[in-house]
Design a protein around this ligand. Structure first.
Ligand code: RIB
Length: 308
């Protein structure tokens, strides 16, 4: 740790989630009556920042919303959580990002997102936060903001010895062949398969890993996580919970991992903790409300064994 408290900077998205609960996946051409609707603050960057803060890290979010009602709600929520909005700008042209997570009866989801203002985040916005990135232990990046801004952040981090954790989500054309300095690559199974284009989780991990990385960590939902680093491949079973809504569980997992790495903990301990964070997030509806707090994770992990 560079300071007395773990420090994390998230350069990432803010997205208003318009959540539809449905009984089954609609077929092409089918109009389906949903079973429930709710709006939650979300976006991978926002979720990860909220989770890092709740898990005890001093957290800075660098991002962009629109000048609209959704944007105002993000700013208010950040104030309520006591997370600084100094590096959150309001875009004059583009609206706040939106997404429509569709949640199925087993708690699983599919998400369509339109990043809007998130794509207008600039390298200059990130450079304004250089001191924060330099003082941080970990920088968290995803693929929901302008990749040029993320790239600038990754280079600043490398210059100052800040570890970079990339969540390559969602995989999309602009982010292929990225060449940023990264220490931890943390895809889920869908993203790992898209990036590696081979058959099994172990093959994806081997394909994505190279010695310039500290590790590749593939989150596997209820199945836990698979890790590859200089010590080889290891599996970490997940915790069994009754899933209500898995939206944001991957963000809770990544935040758990980042905070433990920022605390200087070993990777195996960090992944077990991350699994507990992800599992807890599945037990509640919505993205932001399901990001867990440190005391909850510690008592959950103390009272439950991973499903071996
Ligand atoms: O990871 C979950 C998040 O992905 C949701 O909150 C949604 O906004 C999408 O960005």
């Amino acid at each position: 740790m560079k300071g007395g408290q773990p420090r994390v900077v998230v350069v990432g998205s803010m997205v208003m989630d318009l959540v539809f609960r449905v009984g089954h996946r609609p077929k092409p051409g089918e109009t389906l009556l949903g079973e429930g609707f709710a709006m939650f603050l979300g976006g991978k960057g926002f979720n990860q920042a909220i989770a890092c803060h709740r898990l005890g890290a001093e957290t800075t979010l660098v991002g962009r919303v629109g000048r609209d009602e959704f944007g105002d709600r993000f700013i208010r929520r950040l104030h309520d959580e006591r997370i600084s909005t100094r590096f959150v700008s309001a875009d004059p042209e583009h609206g706040t990002g939106v997404a429509s997570p569709t949640v199925y009866p087993d708690g699983g989801n599919s998400i369509i997102g339109v990043p809007r203002a998130n794509l207008a985040l600039t390298p200059a916005d990130v450079e304004a936060a250089e001191d924060r990135i330099a003082a941080a232990d970990v920088l968290m990046l995803q693929f929901e903001v302008n990749p040029e801004a993320s790239q600038a952040a990754a280079h600043i981090a490398r210059r100052h010895g800040t570890l970079v954790l990339l969540d390559p989500a969602p995989v999309h054309a602009h982010c292929e062949n990225i060449d940023w300095p990264i220490d931890f690559l943390v895809p889920n199974e869908v993203e790992a398969q898209m990036l590696a284009d081979c058959d099994s989780p172990e093959e994806w991990a081997r394909e994505l890993y190279d010695e310039e990385l500290e590790a590749v960590v593939i989150s596997r939902g209820a199945a836990g996580a698979l890790v590859i680093d200089g010590r080889g491949v290891r599996e970490f079973p997940g915790f069994r919970v009754r899933a209500v809504d898995t939206t944001g569980a991957g963000d809770a997992f990544r935040a758990g991992l980042a905070v433990m790495v920022a605390r200087g903990r070993g990777l195996d301990e960090a992944v077990r903790f991350a699994n507990a964070c992800g599992a807890l997030a599945c037990t509640r509806e919505g993205a932001e409300p399901s990001m867990p707090r440190l005391d909850e994770v510690l008592s959950f992990a103390g009272a439950n064994e991973p499903a071996g």
